[in-house]
Design a protein around this ligand. Structure first.
Ligand code: NAP
Length: 250
């Protein structure tokens, strides 16, 4: 009987940890990256880069590569890829598991303003501060134009080409500890932060904003993919291994 082959739709820390655990357990895995980040931290096992070409093409890829299980461990805002995974797995008859981090929960002292999208965040900024730190993806920056009222600084993993006009750039890869975030905020005179509600463990920027009393504009998540779903890489490992043992493989 051929070995099981797990496709991990990645681009997140959860996906990388999942790949590390499953590879260590002897499972054949392929981690898939969209190819948007110049130098992603590569996990062990097979790796592929770039889009599949839509849901139908992904379904064909699953059949051609004899994939027996798909784990969608993409970012909570990667809604298109998640929808394609649902459609492709249904078409190809391949089981799918989604890893969906829990949304962040506000704590006392947090000043969070929840908005629908980047456009609403941009519209709210003039009433909230004078220098915003945008911790968003490059696709979201077009919503922000420097009006003169609010200075804009964006932090990105990969520098956009061409660089956006009127937005100062910080090219850096997290995680960013709270002390470093406090120093960045204070050195640059940042007084409002914009972030996606990426979820999972609380990050340094949230704690730094809380300590300094700064508002955080949070972009609401798109609807999550349908079940089955787990909320961490670790629970996904257990789910996958149990499933593979159930099929007597590996
Ligand atoms: P998206 O809008 O949901 O997907 C756009 C297209 O990119 C998909 O239709 C697919 O192309 C391709 N794609 C996305 N993820 C892929 C993957 N893991 N492997 C192969 N192709 C992929 O995605 P996005 O929001 O641009 O995110 C792109 C990647 O960055 C994802 O892997 C995601 O996990 C990661 N990421 C996203 C965010 C975020 O805020 N959105 C944050 C951190 C990391 P085809 O239709 O051609 O297959």
């Amino acid at each position: 009987m051929p070995a099981d082959h797990v496709l991990i739709l990645g681009g997140t820390g959860d996906a990388r940890r999942l790949a590390e655990h499953l590879h260590a357990a002897g499972v054949l895995i392929t981690s898939s990256f969209a190819g948007v980040t110049g130098s992603p931290r590569l996990p062990p096992g097979r790796v592929r880069h770039g889009g599949f070409g839509g849901a139908e093409a992904l379904a064909a890829w699953l059949v051609a590569e004899a994939v027996t299980l798909v784990v969608d461990a993409t970012h909570p805002f990667a809604a298109t890829m998640s929808a394609h995974a649902v459609a492709a797995c249904t078409a190809a008859g391949v089981p799918r598991l989604a890893v969906v981090r829990r949304p962040w929960q506000p704590q006392p002292g947090d000043r969070w303003i929840t908005v629908a999208d980047a456009a609403e965040a941009a519209a709210r900024l003039p009433g909230l501060g004078r220098h915003a730190l945008l911790t968003l993806g490059v696709k979201d920056l077009h919503a922000f134009t420097c009006s003169g009222a609010v200075r804009l600084t964006a932090r990105l993993v990969t520098p956009p080409d061409p660089p956006p006009p009127d937005i100062a750039l910080i090219v850096a890869r997290g995680p960013f500890p709270v002390e470093a975030e406090r120093a960045l905020i204070q050195e640059r005179g940042i007084d409002v932060i914009v972030s996606k509600d990426s979820g999972g463990p609380r990050t340094g920027k949230l704690d730094a904003a809380q300590q300094l009393g700064l508002p955080v504009v949070l972009l609401r998540r798109p609807p999550p993919p349908p079940p089955p779903a787990v909320d961490s890489a670790e629970t996904a490992v257990a789910w996958v291994l149990e499933r593979l043992r159930g099929s007597q493989i590996p």
